[in-house]
Write a new protein. Structure first.
Length: 195
């Protein structure tokens, strides 16, 4: 498991994270070197190791911040919403808005697959699973038919949302809110228990 060292009081950690997220997003994890990240923040590569043992540990820190931002958006969106389908739709809107905006952290979370970074694989999976637990709880609340596979429904929905970053175009036919509404409408048609 990748570890993060405790930053120094005069740390440039926020700038390091921002630049790492920007470079991981634009060049990919493998295509980014510690030297490039250090240069972007005006420090020597060895100085970066005062904060992170490895490049993988830096990736985990970027992932933590990205997952935290998306989690906070989803929690805020569902707060105070009581209808189960409305709660799921609000969560989907927040998720899509978070991953489709021009944000380096969110893009790293969506684009860097845990399997692509074996050393950090377990840490990234744990972060992803903690976030997806929000959707597990939301799907558990839905009034679905007896044989409905809630796990598959959740995986399908999250997969569909995350794939939107490959085809979504700002200013296109549908904004993130409209996409989320379409996804939920399709799910409801096939899954909801008749009244």
């Amino acid at each position: 498991m990748a570890t993060i060292r405790t930053p120094h009081a005069d740390s440039r950690l926020p700038k390091v994270l921002d630049e790492a997220a920007r470079l991981f997003r634009s060049r990919g994890f493998e295509g980014t070197s510690v030297r490039e990240i250090a240069k972007a923040v005006g420090m020597l590569p060895g100085s970066l190791y005062c904060h992170f043992d490895t490049k993988e540990a830096l990736l985990v820190a970027v992932y933590v911040k990205g997952v935290q931002q998306i989690t906070e958006a989803v929690r805020a969106a569902v707060d105070g919403v009581t209808d189960p389908w409305d709660r799921l739709e609000a969560a989907c809107v927040a998720h899509l808005e978070a991953i489709l905006r021009d944000d380096d952290y969110a893009q790293v979370v969506v684009r860097v697959r845990p399997a692509d970074v074996p050393v950090a694989h377990q840490s990234l999976i744990e972060l992803r699973n903690r976030y997806e637990a929000l959707f597990t709880a939301l799907v558990a609340e839905l009034p679905l038919g007896r044989g409905a596979d809630r796990r598959i429904l959740r995986l399908m929905l999250i997969g569909a949302m995350n794939s939107a970053q490959t085809w979504y175009r700002p200013g296109g036919r549908f904004n993130p809110r409209a996409i989320a509404r379409k996804f939920i409408a399709l799910l409801r048609q096939g899954q909801e228990v008749p009244a």
